[in-house]
Design a protein around this ligand. Structure first.
Ligand code: PLP
Length: 370
């Protein structure tokens, strides 16, 4: 069986280094907001090419705290509108509504799965304040056009970089394309911890300072509370793990690119729509390799029968979730079509060429139901 994702095998690549790093934390006697956290913030900021990185508890909190900090700074307020991709993972949108802001869904471009920059302006109103760009599946969703729209209408650009650690566009990395960016280090991400972890990156010193306080009860100095903050800190153990794994991120992203290139070259079947690869190579880090088929059920069954595990990212779009019942009248046909037809192929860096081949051949052997 070609497994979809084997996290044990992935972390085994760095097993000895991880155990040594964790042991150092155990022996240090200091577990929250210590030297590992600071060093990771410094290293991750440097990696992304930004001035500030703030470690937080997870990716959703990273996004929630960005919007929260803009509220505290008087830049956002109740009912302000944020343009969000209709086609995304629910967490992106939860971060907006958690701050009593109004998420306004925008349809994706047909081949990119990402927010369509040509459809932003038709959704802009007097209350629009920001664009949340999600670099879905690892493909950067930012574009010059988006930057121009934001500039023209005075909108902040907030990145959801949970799936795109290390992707580069015009010399700038994910995390340095907008005003602020949220990262997740959930174990399955391109840079994954051994538990929950996240970070915010930004060049805005005020925003960074505010988030650093908000994540720690709203406090900068012990027992002095500037904001009604939360507890959302990155612990030393996860920071130590991330410091080890950050060193290998570029190499591991290259492995993903090689695998994606192989799939793009080898898979040739009129029943399968491959992902749009028309972008600079370094602008995609292939968190997922997502294909589309009309009859997903039979496609998945065929692959399973051929020994290939697959997954669906994602089966139900946000606007059709019970949690967003107020959106049930929205007409978002492209988003619905995508959710109905997508299947993710294995994109595990420990898979070998013979397994890439099994996947490609299984795809090529897929035939219509009689
Ligand atoms: C994983 C993910 C998140 C949330 O990250 P967590 O660390 O699980 O909270 C947010 N947005 C996207 C696009 C993600 O893939």
């Amino acid at each position: 069986m070609v497994t979809f994702l084997n996290l044990k095998k992935i972390n085994d690549l760095h097993r000895q280094e991880l155990i040594e790093a964790i042991t150092r934390v155990v022996d240090s006697g200091w577990y929250i907001l210590g030297n590992c956290g600071l060093e990771f913030e410094r290293e991750f900021a440097r990696y992304c090419g930004v001035r500030h990185a703030i470690g937080v508890a997870n990716g959703l909190d990273a996004l929630i705290l960005i919007f929260r900090a803009y509220r505290e700074l008087g830049i956002l307020t109740d009912g302000d509108e944020v343009l969000v991709p209709a086609n995304t993972y629910i967490a992106s949108i939860l971060a907006v509504s958690a701050n009593r802001l109004k998420p306004v869904p925008v349809e994706p471009g047909p081949g990119t799965f990402n927010i369509d920059p040509d459809r932003l302006e038709e959704k802009i109103t007097k209350r629009t304040r920001a664009i949340l760009v999600v670099h879905l599946y690892g493909r950067l969703g930012y574009s010059r056009k988006m930057g121009e729209v934001a500039e023209k209408h005075g909108l902040k650009i907030i990145e959801d970089s949970a799936q795109s650690h290390g992707a580069v566009l015009g010399g700038r990395r994910a995390g340095n394309l907008g005003d602020a960016s949220g990262f997740s280090f959930y174990p399955t991400k391109n840079l994954g911890a051994l538990g929950d972890a996240g970070a915010v990156t930004t060049n805005d010193a005020k925003l960074a300072e505010t988030i650093a306080a908000l994540r720690n009860y709203g406090s900068r100095l012990k027992y002095e509370n500037l904001y009604k903050g939360v507890n959302s800190r990155l612990d030393e153990m996860q920071a130590a793990v991330l410091l080890v794994k950050l060193k290998y991120l570029d190499r591991e992203n290259d492995r993903r690119r090689a695998m994606a290139r192989f799939y793009l070259d080898q898979i040739c079947n009129p029943l399968i729509v491959l992902p749009d690869a028309a972008m600079p190579e370094e602008a995609h880090v292939w968190h997922q390799f997502v294909v589309r088929t009309d009859d997903r059920e039979s496609f998945q069954a065929h692959l399973k029968h051929s020994g290939v595990e697959t997954a669906i990212h994602y089966p139900i779009p946000p606007h059709l979730q019970k949690a967003y019942a107020e959106w049930s009248a929205e007409k978002l046909p492209l988003t619905e079509e995508i959710h109905r037809t997508v299947t993710s192929l294995p994109m595990d860096i420990t898979l070998e060429k013979k397994e890439w081949k099994i996947v490609s051949e299984a795809c090529n052997g897929y035939r219509p139901e009689p």
